[in-house]
Design a protein around this ligand. Structure first.
Ligand code: ADP
Length: 242
């Protein structure tokens, strides 16, 4: 079984064609980079795959669950880290995680495991309102994993973070994939996508214009010997990244 299977997916908003017939698969345990300029349709796709938005047409299955028909069954099997997500600022990291663990019926030990995984065990009793952005991001990842999801959706997980903190987050993501979690990742940082992803899809105006390993894309679309994924991105979308 594929972790994610998308077939001819469309999503329109009152005439705005945000996603226009995309099809792709993500393998179990893969890190899949989903790249595209602003407005390409990335968030819309993630919202459909996580059961928050209904497709206009086409279908999508995540861990074998149809995102419309089997939404309730899907929810406990996925984890989601979105930029706009909130933590309980007046609670400690531990209490935030315990709350989520109870909600999903996860074992209590799982809270300690996750605090250790993201390196927050020493400061787990502090109120998180004093946390740095990097610490909050690590906590969001821990929270998204408390219930042992099979697929983790990460929307811009390192945006706005210092390079050192971003590197720590990348290392957490790489380790996750080693432990068998499938990761669906959006990012503006092409170097990050290149380093982390087994395969990437490049989305442009609601359509997938290329999908392959970063190496194969650089080979196919790069004009120089040492083309980067950023060169490929600009060539295919005609857009700079910032
Ligand atoms: P990305 O995440 O790649 O930046 P989005 O999925 O947010 O792209 O947006 C894709 C397109 O859909 C854009 O043209 C955007 O303006 C439009 N769009 C997104 N959300 C809505 C909405 N709620 N209502 C109307 N148009 C929307």
């Amino acid at each position: 079984m594929k972790a994610i299977e998308v077939k001819d997916l469309h999503r329109y908003y009152n005439g705005v064609k945000a996603v226009q017939g995309i099809s792709f698969d993500v393998n179990d345990g893969e890190i899949f980079g989903f790249l595209g300029p602003n407005g390409a349709g990335k968030s819309t796709t993630i919202k459909v795959l996580t059961g928050q938005l209904r497709p206009t047409s086409g279908s999508a299955e995540v861990v074998g669950c149809d995102v419309v028909e089997d939404r309730q069954e899907l929810k406990p099997q996925i984890g989601v880290v979105f930029e706009y997500q909130n933590l309980y600022e007046r609670l400690s990291a531990r209490d935030n995680l315990q709350f989520t663990a109870r909600l999903y019926g996860a074992k209590k030990e799982r809270v300690d495991e996750m605090l250790e995984l993201v390196g927050l065990e020493d400061r787990s009793k502090e109120r998180i309102q004093n946390y740095s952005n990097g610490m909050k991001q690590r906590l969001l990842i821990a929270r998204a994993l408390v219930h042992k999801p099979k697929v983790l959706f990460l929307d811009e997980p390192t945006r706005g973070l210092d390079p050192g903190v971003a590197r720590e987050i990348r290392s957490i993501i790489a380790n996750l994939a080693d432990s068998g979690v499938t990761v669906f990742l959006t990012t503006h940082y092409m170097e990050e996508a290149d380093r982390l992803s087994d395969r990437v899809a490049i989305l442009h105006q609601g359509e997938i214009v290329a999908i392959d390993t970063p190496e194969a894309l650089k080979e196919a679309y790069g004009e120089e010997d040492r083309a980067t994924l950023e060169d490929v991105f600009i060539k295919l979308t005609g857009k700079d990244l910032y």
